[in-house]
Structures are given as structure tokens and as C-alpha cells.
Design a protein around this ligand. Structure first.
Ligand code: NI
Length: 199
């Protein structure tokens, strides 16, 4: 069985929002690599795809486990995908450290995007859903994704990394679009903007 086999057939789960305790606590390491874990990975891929995200952490489906999935383009527009258990992310130091400041969002705070500076490269190491060691070097959006998802597993959301001014703007954006996202999104699809009749 390969990772591709876990990328279809899953059940879409509701995405947990910021403010729920599990989103702000450090997760437990994964020690058992069994079918139950792989079923969770399958459901997380289904959920991420239904929400059109590029990454999803286990905390975002209310599981306090050190696990995330991703399907995300790198700097060469090559879409990379996989699942990381117990990830540790490293970023360049010294003169190799270059920051990219682009807009970032989170499926657990839908509708809000704010610029956030992060290193433009990241190396993530951990295990795949079978317990084998894996290492992925990310550039471009993938570098950001690997950092964002690993943050989630340490109880950090990207809003924690914003200035208070930027965070206020993020909240305003989210509030103005909240009517588009049902409570159980993406189990129930996002409402089309055109369906909002203003009269
Ligand atoms: Ni997120």
C-alpha cells in the first residue's frame, strides 16, 4: 500500500475552528502505525480536498495527534503530497535564511488572509503512516505549508504570529465571510457567494 491509496475513499469531517482547546495545545506523538491511523489519514485527505486546502493537521479534525497531511505546490509549481507523523521542521539559519512575506490563511479560520513573513525553505522530517522515516525539503508555498502544519501540532496557529493590528484585520475578514461557511464545513459545502441575496 502506498500513500496514494490513502488519498481517496475517506470520509469528509467537519473542520475545527480556532478557539477550540485542541487547536491550542501541544499534540501527542504517534507511536502506533496501524490501520486506524491510516483510516484517519484517509479521512484527513478527504477533508482537506473538500475544503480545497493545501494542508490539514489532525487538530483541525479535533484529534490531538502529531499528524498532518499536505498536497501543495512547491516553488517550481510541482504539487507534492504526503502525510507526516511526528514532524520536526527546520529552517535555514545565518545568511541562507531568506524570508518570504506573502498572504497566509488557515482552514480553521476560513476567509481570513494576512501577510506573514516565514523562511522560504523548510526541511521536514518524521514518519509516514507506516512508521518509515521520511524527509521532505519544501520551497515556495510548500515551505510555508510545512511550517504552518507543524505549528498546528505544537498548538500554534498563524494568528499567534501576527501583530495585533494584523490579527484584527484577519478577524474582520473572517467575520465578513463567516456566513459562507456552515458550522460543519466542509461536510456541508461552502455557500456560493451568489446565493446571498441582498435586497
Ligand atoms: Ni491552518
Amino acid at each position: 500500500m502506498a500513500i496514494e491509496d490513502l488519498m481517496s475513499g475517506g470520509t469528509v469531517l467537519p473542520i475545527t475552528r480556532w478557539g477550540t482547546a485542541v487547536m491550542h495545545e501541544k499534540t501527542e506523538p504517534i507511536t502506533v502505525f496501524d490501520d486506524e491511523l491510516r483510516d484517519l489519514v484517509r479521512d484527513m485527505f478527504a477533508t482537506m480536498r473538500a475544503a480545497q486546502g493545501v494542508g490539514l493537521a489532525a487538530t483541525q479534525v479535533s484529534r490531538g495527534l502529531s499528524l498532518f497531511v499536505y498536497e501543495c505546490p512547491d516553488a517550481d509549481e510541482r504539487v507534492r503530497y504526503g502525510a507526516f507523523c511526528n514532524p520536526v521542521v527546520g529552517t535555514p539559519t545565518g545568511k541562507d535564511r531568506q524570508l518570504d512575506k506573502i498572504e497566509e490563511g488557515c482552514l480553521s479560520f476560513p476567509g481570513g488572509y494576512q501577510p506573514l513573513a516565514r523562511p522560504d525553505r523548510a526541511v521536514c522530517t518524521g514518519q509516514d503512516p507506516w512508521g518509515d522515516e521520511i524527509t521532505v525539503e519544501g520551497t515556495g508555498l510548500l515551505a510555508r505549508c510545512l511550517q504552518h502544519e507543524t505549528d498546528h501540532l505544537n498548538g500554534i496557529v498563524f494568528g499567534d504570529r501576527l501583530s495585533s493590528r494584523s490579527y484584527r484585520k484577519l478577524e474582520e475578514q473572517k467575520d465578513s465571510l463567516a456566513h459562507l461557511y456552515p458550522d460543519d464545513w466542509p461536510v456541508t459545502a461552502k455557500r456560493a457567494t451568489a446565493a446571498r441575496v441582498e435586497a
